[in-house]
Each structure stands twice: as structure tokens, then as C-alpha cells.
Ligand binder design. Structure first.
Ligand code: NDP
Length: 458
């Protein structure tokens, strides 16, 4: 039997890689993990965590304004962007240190540098070779930018989290998770935001009522949305600002908009280039995703992949769950396949979105007849704040067996509320069980258990 340096060698110390390494080490396996940047990965260092800190920071602007309706006298307010970024960076340093400590305490060897596969059991990092019985690719994703003239002037979410100054005017290109989240942050902090989407509205793939509601609410908060619009080129002007030539559809003659910064959030691609995968015969999709089976095994024995590198469902908790399943399968003798049904997710837009299960359109497509319940209301907070913000909640129910197929919400605390509903959907709850659940009053969440009137069939 071959003798290897390690039982598992993980490439990439992000959410998926760290979890798999720690859990494998806990079974007694000898584990190493390679990282070319800082330990923590996208979620901790360049995504979920810093983004949410900026969302929380930016929300104070509305909180101060709303306080007046409750009798508060609010003096002049201002945000110190540099102080905010410094505070955020300090927190990231703390998390980075925690991740390093977790790996060390678990007995995982940290190898610093960019890894490349040499053969199915050998990895090279910084000129040194390491052998392992199994290699796990957990290299995550990286922003994708379309190739248009002047694209070098654009920033991605990576740079947006570290800007030296808060731009006065910013264009955000894209209508997905990242674009709506950053459009919300910059608008709340006082920037003039123009969001440019090539489709008819935001968040393609989400329930239509979420898409419509969010676009309306973001409009009220000052985000100007340009629909069915493409940026053809970006030019740096003499005064340092940027001129974006935009066009509609196939029209070649566009107009120009002038901004101080442009953020591209046009999707992410698996970060698998130059890893040596193709050379070893590992099947890789056109976009770079490592093709894996239900056990997260690639087409080459001994090589596995989890998380965004596989482009399945690109969410941190999914990468972590895939890592857990992999360790159960490989090191605990319990073959475990990840269950991709009813994965809840949230968009930290302003107002936020929470969703679990099927959209109305997907439910109709899969199950035929469905019952739909929609509630739109002004949250109690805004009776006194006077803010014109509406909350939308929606339930999609299978008419045949009354199982709840989808829960969707746009409104304050939607991510917190939908997490609990995800448990109900995982248990196969029916509409009657929702109805039999006593609400908590007065909350917005109680609306999910008090919706009685279904929409008439279209
Ligand atoms: P998304 O795939 O969500 O959205 C990409 C957006 O860019 C879409 O609106 C798409 O339009 C548009 N687009 C793509 N190519 C072009 C182009 N060439 N020109 C103009 N527009 C283009 O990607 P994101 O970058 O927002 O996020 C990446 C992933 O990260 C998400 O899929 C998600 O899994 C994860 N994420 C999750 C978060 C969360 O859970 N809260 C937060 C942030 C990221 P169209 O719809 O027409 O294709």
C-alpha cells in the first residue's frame, strides 16, 4: 500500500475547505490545507461577513430618520467611511485569527502558497511536494467581468469592500445577489446609485413577486434602475470620473452616464484555473466547474471538490454541508449525499429578501395546480416612522396535498424569519399546519401563519 504524507490535502481555506479539513482531522485523519491568500475564504474575508457589516452600517441612515417619528430629536449625522472600513477590517483580522486557530487546534497543517496538482496524489505548493491519499479542491469562485472596452476601470465586490473613499455617484452593473446588496449599501450611505441590468428587472430566478417588490422598494430608496440596458464601454475622463456608454437591446447608438465609480457584479466563476486539473483528466465544465458526482468525487479517483469550485448551489452553508457529507462518506464510513431540496437563501438588499422552496412559476411547472397566498402590508414600525415601505410575503402551496412548496418575503428581517420556515418545509409542512400554528403578535412573521385568502386562479 502506498504511503502518503497526508490522508487528505485540501486546496483552499475557505468555508468548505476549512470545514472538511477540521472534520476529517477530528476523525484522526492526517490533514493539510493550502491557502494562497488569507485563511477564511470569500465568505469571511470578501463576501458575506464584510458585506453584511456594511449593510448594517448603512442601515443606520434610515434608523436615524425613522427615529424622528418616535419623538427623537436627531442631531446632524454623518458616516466616517474610513472608520467604518477600519472597524470592518479589524473584525476580519479577528475572524482570520480564529480560523487559523481552529485549524491548528484540529491538528490540520496549514501550507501557505498556491497549490497545483502534479498527479492524483501529489500537490505542489511553493516548490515543495506533498502526497495525499485524497485531494480536495475547495478553491471557491472569483468575479467574472465581461470583456468590454475600458473594463479595467471597473471594480468588483472585492475592491468595493475596501474603497478609500465613498463614491458620490456609482453605477452598479448586474441584477443578482451582489449587485442589489451593494446598490443598497451605497444608496443608504448617500451615494447616487444607478443600477444597470440587462434583463427586465432584478434577481432573475427569484419569485416574480419578490423581483417586482424589491425593484419598487429600491426605487423608493433612490436606486435608479436602468432595465434591458448594456454597458458598451467605460472611459476615464480628465477629471477622474468615468463615462459609461450604455445601449438598449441591439441598438448601437447609446447614451452616456457619468459616475465616480463602477461596480461590476456580473456573476462569479469557479476558481479552478491553473490548478492542473485538466492535465490529470479531471472533468471540468466550460466555466471551470469541477464536475463531481453526488459524493463530491471528480472523474479522477482520489480527487474531490466541494463549494463554489463545483458551481452547484453557490452558498457558504451549502459548501459547509457538502464538506460535512464528504467527511461522513470518506472518513466515517457513512456515505452521505447532500440534499439540495429546500435550501433557504437570503439577499441582504434593503429591504432584505428571504426565500425557501419553489417560486410560483417553478411550482406550477412541477406540480400543476398550486394555491398562492400573498400579503402586502406596511410594517408596524412604519406607522410612526411614516416611511412608505411595504412588506411582501407569499406562500405557494401544492393544491393536491396542501404541502407548502415555497415561502418568499421582502421586508425587514426576512432572512431571520425564513430560516425558521425552512425547517417547516424540510419537514413537509402543509398549509393546514401553518394555519394551526399560533402567531406571535405583533410581528410581521405572524403573517405567514395567518394568510387565509388564496389568490384567484389567473
Ligand atoms: P448572480 O449570478 O447572482 O448575478 C449576476 C448578474 O449579472 C445577473 O443579473 C446577470 O444577468 C448579470 N450579468 C451576467 N453577465 C452579464 C454581462 N455580460 N453583462 C451584463 N450583465 C451580466 O451573480 P453575483 O455576482 O451577484 O453573485 C454570485 C453568486 O454569489 C450568487 O449566485 C450567489 O450564489 C452568491 N452570493 C450569495 C449571496 C447571499 O446568499 N446573500 C450574496 C452574494 C453572492 P442575467 O440575470 O440576465 O443573467
Amino acid at each position: 500500500m502506498a504511503v502518503y504524507d497526508f490522508d487528505l490535502f485540501t486546496i483552499g481555506a475557505g468555508s468548505g475547505g476549512v470545514r472538511a479539513s477540521r472534520l476529517a482531522a477530528a476523525t484522526g485523519a492526517r490533514v493539510a490545507i493550502a491557502e494562497e491568500s488569507r485563511v477564511g475564504g470569500t465568505c469571511v474575508l470578501r463576501g458575506c461577513v464584510p458585506k453584511k457589516l456594511l449593510v448594517l452600517a448603512s442601515h443606520f441612515a434610515e434608523d436615524f430618520a425613522d427615529a424622528r417619528g418616535y419623538g427623537w430629536t436627531v442631531g446632524p449625522t454623518a458616516v466616517d467611511w474610513r472608520a467604518l472600513i477600519a472597524a470592518k477590517d479589524k473584525e476580519l483580522d479577528r475572524l482570520n485569527a480564529i480560523y487559523i486557530r481552529l485549524l491548528r487546534d484540529a491538528g490540520v497543517a496549514l501550507v501557505e502558497g498556491r497549490a497545483k496538482l502534479v498527479d492524483p496524489h501529489t500537490v505542489e505548493v511553493a516548490g515543495r511536494r506533498y502526497t495525499a491519499e485524497r485531494i480536495l479542491v475547495a478553491t471557491g469562485g472569483w468575479p467574472f467581468l465581461p470583456d468590454i472596452p475600458g473594463i479595467r476601470h471597473a471594480m468588483t465586490s472585492n475592491e468595493a469592500l475596501d474603497l478609500a473613499e465613498l463614491p458620490k455617484r456609482i453605477a452598479v452593473v448586474g441584477g443578482g445577489y451582489i449587485a442589489v446588496e451593494f446598490a443598497g449599501i451605497f444608496a443608504a450611505l448617500g451615494a447616487e446609485v444607478t443600477q444597470i441590468v440587462r434583463g427586465d428587472t432584478l434577481l432573475r430566478g427569484f419569485d416574480q413577486d419578490i423581483r417586482i417588490t424589491l425593484a419598487e422598494e429600491m426605487h423608493k430608496k433612490g436606486v435608479s434602475l436602468l432595465r434591458e440596458t448594456l454597458v458598451r464601454s467605460i472611459e476615464r475622463l480628465g477629471d477622474g470620473s468615468l463615462s459609461l456608454r450604455i445601449g438598449k437591446g441591439m441598438e448601437t447608438v447609446g447614451e452616456d452616464i457619468e459616475v465616480d465609480a463602477v461596480l461590476y457584479a456580473t456573476g462569479r466563476l469557479p476558481n479552478t484555473r491553473d490548478l492542473g486539473l485538466a492535465e490529470l483528466g479531471v472533468e471540468v465544465a466550460a466555466n471551470g466547474a469541477v464536475m463531481v458526482d453526488q459524493w463530491s468525487k471528480s472523474s479522477v479517483d482520489g480527487i474531490y471538490a466541494v463549494g463554489d469550485a463545483t458551481d452547484r448551489v453557490n452558498l457558504t452553508p451549502v459548501a459547509i454541508a457538502e464538506a460535512r457529507c464528504l467527511v461522513e462518506t470518506l472518513f466515517n464510513g457513512r456515505p452521505t449525499a447532500m440534499d439540495y431540496e429546500n435550501i433557504p437563501s437570503a439577499v441582504f438588499s434593503q429591504p432584505p429578501v428571504g426565500t425557501v422552496g419553489l417560486t410560483e412559476a417553478a411550482a406550477r411547472h412541477r406540480f400543476g395546480e398550486v394555491d398562492v397566498y400573498v400579503s402586502r402590508f406596511r410594517a408596524l414600525r412604519h406607522t410612526l416612522s411614516g416611511r412608505d415601505e411595504r412588506t411582501m410575503m407569499k406562500l405557494v402551496v401544492n393544491r393536491r396535498d396542501q404541502r407548502v412548496l415555497g415561502c418568499h418575503m421582502v421586508g425587514a428581517d426576512a432572512p431571520e424569519i425564513v430560516q425558521g420556515l425552512a425547517v417547516a418545509l424540510k419537514c413537509g409542512a402543509t398549509k393546514q399546519q401553518f394555519d394551526a400554528t399560533v402567531g406571535i403578535h405583533p410581528t410581521a412573521a405572524e403573517e405567514f401563519v395567518t394568510m387565509r385568502d388564496k389568490l384567484p386562479d389567473a
